[in-house]
Ligand binder design. Structure first.
Ligand code: SF4
Length: 97
């Protein structure tokens, strides 16, 4: 008899629910920093005085388009929605899934 076999692991669960994505139209950003105040893990102001989104602390500083889009961790979704509602430039855009 060989060594006891470890039970087969369940096929890796696809724990991939559709993440919310967020991006900013920097052309409309007033640079007031409200978004960063509400959700500093997702929004940051850069030296140009405009807000950009972050994903895993990596700033997506390509204005507009998919290069400027960040996936939002589930626990931050509410604050990202709040930021987009409060944003005076109305330039925080949310895409679901
Ligand atoms: S809240 Fe809106 S306008 Fe203000 S810094 Fe953030 S993205 Fe720009």
């Amino acid at each position: 008899m060989g060594p006891p076999r470890t039970p087969d692991r369940a096929v890796a669960t696809e724990e991939r629910h559709k993440l919310m994505k967020v991006w900013i139209d920097q052309d409309l950003c007033t640079g007031d920093g409200l978004c960063e105040e509400i959700a500093p893990a997702v929004f940051t102001l850069l030296d140009d005085g405009l807000a950009y989104v972050k994903e895993d602390s990596e700033v997506k500083n390509e204005p507009g388009g998919s290069g400027g889009m960040a996936a939002v961790p589930e626990d931050l979704e509410d604050s990202v929605v709040e930021a987009s509602e409060e944003c005076p430039g109305e330039c925080i855009f949310i895409e679901q899934g």
